[in-house]
Structures are given as structure tokens and as C-alpha cells.
Ligand binder design. Structure first.
Ligand code: IPM
Ligand code: MN
Length: 353
């Protein structure tokens, strides 16, 4: 029997509540599909930072490195200055573990209301492959004349051929494995003429090795328009870190909201980390009103990445079924509590229904 060691990071805000439901579902999946796992919990986030001044220690990283995968809730705290936890925990983990792909499926499940009128489930089923280690996220730049009327703030986007190529290659592999075999490069070649020139050249080069994958290019602004007006044109979309951050929140919106949006920070062959992408949901902690489906969907992605593909698909399907049965996916409007939603997924996964 396969056994996995899972590092669990509940984090702040509603993170612990949704992660608890995801772990419940993992238990059910382990029983039903015959694998084992042990968990190692790490206390990361705002509470610990306020208590100890720490963000992420070498010991924390060592725990992560010896795990097979990480299940992450959310971090963020009203009393911690914005940026400290994001940079010190989340972005640092992505960097230290070289999780260079941020994988964000955008799927509208039958029965789920999208804010986009007339959109059908068969129109919304794509995956965004976001570069997760470079671009504007490297923290490179400078101030000059800070605080004066002549101040200039420069924020640099770093794009290496190696970084761009490994991301694009991953996206081609993914597109090649999906029935439609279609890949869109989302960029801004008309304005950002250095970065996107490199991306476009590498895209062409890598494309030559995938004759069965149909390719397209779209500027990021057009991608936003089409994600709303004609999402059916997308199958796999590959883009840089910043554009990927932005378009995947739009993606979350068209699939029914943050309540169902999951993502993976993937290091192929290494330790990957899976999370609901919606954050800490301030104001909802402890209310039992937050939707755990995004966290459970993240656990499904984790199972698939670990190679437990049958379990991963079963959990994903169960998430879809339960999502379609709720009146709304929004916190406070689900017609069920966090725990009840988790219980329903467990029921479906266990085959009890
Ligand atoms: C995300 C989040 C993070 C990002 C923040 C919290 C640093 O928005 O995972 O999309 O910008 O990558
Ligand atoms: Mn984001």
C-alpha cells in the first residue's frame, strides 16, 4: 500500500476550517482507494509571526522538504503589515521548493451559477499554467528620491530563458494530455517588448516539438474579455506570474467564485503545494459559513499529483457534484455549514451515495 507524508499548513483566518474538511475527505479517499498517509502539521502564518517574529524557519522548510506534498490553507492577518507573510511564507515556499508552476483549473460544474449569463458548463473547462518563480514576483527594483516629488519606483520583471522554457514545456505537456490539445499563450507582446518577445520565441521553439497541439496567442487584455465573452476558446493557457495571478481570479469568478477555486504550486518531481486560492476570508473565520470546496479541490489536485489519480478524480467529481447541489458557493449563502459541505463530499467519495 502506498503511503504518503503530507505536510499540512492550516494557516490563518478560515484556513484551518477549510483544511480540516479537506483532511476529512483525504481520510475517506484513503479508505476507499487503499492508500495510507501521515500528516505533519506546521503552524505558519500571522498568529505565529505576532507571537515569535518568525515567518518560515529552516526547520519548517526541512519538514516540507521531507514531505511528499503540502496542503496549504491560507495566510494573512489584519495586524501584520501586508507583504510580510506573503513574501515571508507563501512566496518563499514557492521559491525554496522551486514550485515553478502554478496550476489553476477553471471549471464550471453543472448546477453552479456563474455570474456570466448564458455560459454553460461545457464552455468553461480550462487550465491556467502560471509561471510561479519569476516575472514581477522576484522582488527586483528600486526607489530613487524616495518621498520627494521626484520619486521614481521601479519594479522589474525578470524572465529567464530557462524559467520561461520549463513553464512553456509543462504547458505543452499538459495540453498534449488533454482531449482538445489546445494551448494559448497569454502575453503582451505589443507593449512589453522584451519579456514577451522572449516568451513568444520560446513558445514557437517548444511548439515545434508538439505538432499535435494547436496553438494560439492572445494579449492579456483580450484574454480577460474572452474569459467572460467566450471562455470556450480556452483549453490550456500559459502565462507569466503577474498576468497569471490576475487572470486566475477572473477565472475563479466565472467558475462560481473563490469558494471553488483551487490551485497547485507544482515542482515536477519535487514537493508541490496545494491551496484554495481565495485567502483567509476575513470576517468569516469561526462562522462555519465558509465554503471548503476549494480546499477539498486542492486536496484532489494533490492526490492526482501524487499519482493517486483514481482518488484524485473521484474527489474532484465529488466536489463538482456537491457544488452543483448548493444554492450558492458564496460564504454565508451555501445553505449548509462548512462542516456539512465537507460531510457531503465525504459521503460521495465513500460511495455511500
Ligand atoms: C495567489 C495570491 C498570492 C500571489 C499572494 C497572496 C502573494 O494572490 O496565490 O494568487 O499573488 O501569488
Ligand atoms: Mn492571486
Amino acid at each position: 500500500m502506498a503511503r504518503y507524508s503530507i505536510c499540512v499548513v492550516p494557516g490563518d483566518g478560515t484556513g484551518p476550517e477549510v483544511v480540516a474538511e479537506a483532511v476529512k475527505v483525504l481520510d475517506a479517499a484513503a479508505t476507499r482507494f487503499g492508500f495510507g498517509y501521515e500528516t505533519e502539521y506546521l503552524d505558519l502564518g500571522g498568529e505565529r509571526h505576532l507571537r515569535t517574529g518568525e515567518t518560515l524557519t529552516d526547520a519548517d522548510l526541512a519538514v516540507m522538504r521531507r514531505s511528499d506534498a503540502i496542503l496549504f490553507g491560507a495566510i494573512g492577518h489584519p495586524e501584520v503589515k501586508p507583504g510580510i507573510l506573503e513574501q515571508g511564507v507563501l512566496l518563499r515556499i514557492r521559491r525554496e521548493l522551486d514550485q515553478y508552476i502554478n496550476l489553476r483549473p477553471v471549471k464550471l460544474y453543472p448546477g453552479v451559477a456563474s455570474p456570466v449569463a448564458d455560459v454553460r458548463p461545457e464552455d468553461v473547462d480550462f487550465v491556467v499554467v502560471r509561471e510561479n518563480s519569476e516575472g514581477l514576483y522576484v522582488g527586483s527594483g528600486s526607489f530613487s528620491e524616495k518621498g520627494t516629488p521626484d520619486e521614481v519606483a521601479i519594479q522589474e520583471s525578470v524572465n529567464t530563458r530557462r524559467g520561461v522554457e520549463r513553464c512553456i514545456r509543462y504547458a505543452f505537456e499538459l495540453a498534449n494530455s488533454r482531449p482538445r490539445r489546445h494551448l494559448t499563450l497569454c502575453g503582451k507582446t505589443n507593449v512589453l517588448t522584451y519579456a514577451w518577445d522572449l516568451w513568444a520565441r520560446v513558445f514557437e521553439e517548444v511548439a515545434a516539438g508538439y505538432p499535435d497541439v494547436e496553438t494560439a496567442y492572445a494579449h492579456v487584455d483580450a484574454v480577460c474579455l474572452w474569459m467572460v465573452e467566450d471562455p470556450a476558446r480556452f483549453d490550456v493557457v500559459v502565462t507569466d506570474n503577474m498576468f497569471g495571478d490576475i487572470i486566475t481570479d477572473l477565472g475563479a469568478a466565472i467558475q462560481g467564485g473563490m469558494g471553488i477555486a483551487s490551485g497547485g504550486n507544482v515542482c515536477p518531481g519535487g514537493v508541490s503545494m496545494f491551496e484554495p486560492i481565495g485567502g483567509t476570508a476575513p470576517g468569516f473565520e469561526g462562522t462555519g459559513q465558509i465554503n471548503p470546496l476549494a480546499a477539498i479541490g486542492a486536496a484532489a489536485m494533490m492526490l492526482t499529483e501524487l499519482g493517486e489519480t483514481a482518488a484524485g478524480s473521484a474527489v474532484e467529481e465529488a466536489v463538482g457534484l456537491v457544488a452543483g447541489s448548493l444554492p450558492s458557493l458564496r460564504a454565508g449563502r451555501m445553505g449548509a455549514t462548512t462542516k456539512e459541505v465537507g460531510d457531503r463530499v465525504v459521503e460521495v467519495v465513500s460511495g455511500a451515495r
